[in-house]
Design a protein around this ligand. Sequence first.
Ligand SMILES: O=C(O)CCC(=O)C(=O)O
Length: 260
Amino acid sequence: MRIGLVQMSMEFANPDNNYKKAEELIRLAAKENPDTIVLPETWNTGVFPVENIKELCDKNGKQTIELFSYLSKELNVNIIAGSVVNEKEGEIYNTSYIFNKKGECIAEYDKTHLFSFMHEDDYFKKGNRVTTFELDGVKCGVIICYDIRFLELVRTLALQGIKILFVVAQWPVSRIKHWEILNEARAIENQIFVACVNSCGTAGETIYGGHSALINPWGETIAKASYEEEIITGDFDMKIFDKIRNTINVYNDRRTDLYR
Ligand SMILES: O=C(O)CCC(=O)C(=O)O
């Protein structure tokens, strides 16, 4: 599967411009003929939370679903639409929507671990379920930013059989080392591909650190971005699973009598 990561900088609290820009960047990314294109976290508002967040956010994913159903079908590409700030039944969620090449919205995931250090939990409601879906016959999962610190969540997805983990984030440059190590570790320990996309530029007072990457189940980097706005593309070769799991087979060697 060929993957394109859109490392985007967004305009703070300006969804109209951010939707236009996301469309332009998706069209640009599509020129490399990827099977799947991925956007970063909360690119519609460039949150961190602002007071008028309820006016700025999407409503039940309407604007997001309209745009990406159309684009994914027209461009014949799967789209992981990063995540958007999204109102559902009066509550605000950090929601990721997933589209297949036919333009169908096949899955949605609400961020389950809210970043209390930055008071995300004062504004957002937690999602309550893990999400898997199939793209071109490959089982995948998606998580959002702070979720990557919770190895149990990724192991749960891995035990459900995902082969690719998509991580969408707005991760600050000040902790970019953690971002790099956590993504590599989740790939190695679970023997899965990781496609992690971060934003760049600034939102409020925070500088986001880029370093989006495509990592294989052996922990090797297939493609990596730097700090600036950039699109990177690379190929995930699914044949690698046989090679790895026939050598170090952590799934066979797990001690489920001691832990789950
Ligand atoms: O865990 C971190 O250091 C960053 C997390 C974060 O910025 C977020 O989840 O929004």
